[in-house]
Design a protein around this ligand. Sequence first.
Ligand SMILES: [Fe+2]
Length: 410
Amino acid sequence: MTSNCKRVHAGPYIVDRACYTDPEIFDQEVERIFEKSWVFIAQASELAEIGDYRTALIGRQPVIAIRGEDGEIRVFFNSCRHKATMLLTEKQGNCQKIRCPYHHWQYDTEGNLKSIPRYEAYGGALDMTRLGLVQVPRMGEVFGLVFASLDPDAQPLDRYIGDALPYLKDVALYLGEDMTTIGTYDYVYDGNWKLLMENTVDDYHAEYLHDYAFVQRAKVFGMEDSGGFMSEEGSHFSVELGRHGAFDQHDDKRTLVTQKVRSRRVYLNVFPSLIALYNPVWDVTGLRIMIPEAVDRTRVINYVLAPKSADSERIRLIGERFHYSWGPGGRAGVDDIHVFAQIQKGLQAKAGGKIIISRGHETPGPNGGPTEDHAVRAFWSGWREFMGDIAEPADGQTIDASMEQAYAEN
Ligand SMILES: [Fe+2]
């Protein structure tokens, strides 16, 4: 693969600022990463009934996941075969027919073109049976999560997720039980899409940026003197899972106030753009999907999940606790979104030096210590894998050589 784009340094230990700020690199990411990998589209409970649909984006390309009359879930491009109009505009819903607003061409839930107003003017030269909605080349489902890929040659979904599969299972199923989406919401932050992917598995920032939340938690559990027992000793890791990464922790049993059966906290990155989260203290499960709108603007689609068997009162409480911990006005979310805008501003200092991701470089993977960068480096290995010749080869890049390069530009 060749390109006229400049090459950038992207790990393993340092990263060029241009990776977060250069619009050309952003365009290449959309083509090479989002249009070549597997991207999350919908959670199965959104597509439970015939005609249930969810709209989504793969990079910038609009798609629809819909359960057809025959019971099958399909993923189509969200674009009319006539003049390309986007067909469905709601985030999700149910429809028995998909009708284009422009000239009322109409499709069924299996994507077949069923009617064209004033068809005779085409003079019999237009074969409706060949003008069904175009299906996205690949679709797959794991643990109730529906993914799609625009690359017909993408490796099978389970192989793509690879070592992250057990972690994804742990979050997407509730102790093996299917989960239901009880709500979704979006927000937009002023920063590059990769900032939140890195942030989620960066435990280093938590006690500093979110210090207020830590103090509060220590008070709630009467642990001011102990530093607030975050987790069981020696059981929290930054984990490399190929191109994916996780923050994996066993929380101290004393903090488990809402439930006592799960102590494992998992914050998982599925490359490139899905985050799956379970917090055992609040007993809440969430998904975050990055939608890259511009090099410095990202939409985040948030899913709130509950076990399928949960009654309305349990769902209400899960929603409340989710809001308190990860919601737009919650304990941690606002700090992160605020700091992303500040990072993006800082990144404008183009010659301000390299980004440093070398914490724990002396600890062999896959498991690094809790505040180490193993999961962040895993993300960047995925980035290099997909970006091809744009990423300078990382082979032979020693920590010493990397740091010399980082100092030279500071
Ligand atoms: Fe954070």
